[in-house]
Design a protein around this ligand. Sequence first.
Ligand code: SF4
Ligand code: SF4
Ligand code: FES
Length: 264
Amino acid sequence: MPNENKQINHVAMVGDRTIPPKDARFIEIYIMGQRYKVPETLTILKAMEYVGYQFKRSCGCRGGICGACGTFYRILGDHSIYTGLACQTVVEPGMILAQSPFFPPNRADHIGILDSKMPPDEHIATLYPEIFRCVGCGTCTRTCPMGIDVMNYIALFKRGDVLGGAKESFDCIMCGLCVVRCPANITQMKVGLAGRRIAAAQLIPRSEVTKKRAEQVRAGRYETMLAELGQMDREKLKEIYTSREREPNLSGPGEWMPKDQSHL
Ligand code: SF4
Ligand code: SF4
Ligand code: FES
């Protein structure tokens, strides 16, 4: 049974090569049917690079956010199919790996629907009627590397609870692993995305802070600052980045804000 909570140990990257610690232990894994020995501390992504693969696709942020590195695997002697993010999942002995190829999911055009007079709770059913084919197998929930209860957000959308479905799907990183495994051919991640957009456009109250900030942007408040940033050298940019206010508010200007804007 794969260990889902292993920490990712650090390895050094020299140029394009991953250098394991001197005392690293090696395990056997299989990549696209070929057997390799790799340090047991590596993630799938680093293990593949360690044996010579170069990622031109299926890799983006390396931090579990972009959803590009969805991977399927089996463990020798275990009948189950497992899924994980290659950048977050540590290799295990006997792992047989296959990365998920680009998989074009059905994406309904929801822009017209957002502008229509249709009640929000009918939007999803109109855009993605296939959600009613869900057989409740739970495969999507077991597949999700983000631990999202995917089956539940599909059920919420089926019931017309757009806000509930939007909240439940909020952590989705669009890796597509649930879509590949769904026996009903539902594109859960696109359903969730449409639900969050519908909720944002029609159900969630507009933030006054955001509204005020948008007005300031439109009025050109940041033009001078942006022009100044464009002129700064790398060192100065680093300096103001590291000393920046993390959560600037409307009454407290950032340290680098020009004096003539400090009243805002
Ligand atoms: S995998 Fe598909 S059919 Fe199974 S619960 Fe999820 S959405 Fe429903
Ligand atoms: S809901 Fe689906 S697409 Fe989103 S993170 Fe989970 S498995 Fe990936
Ligand atoms: S590379 Fe972005 S989630 Fe793995």
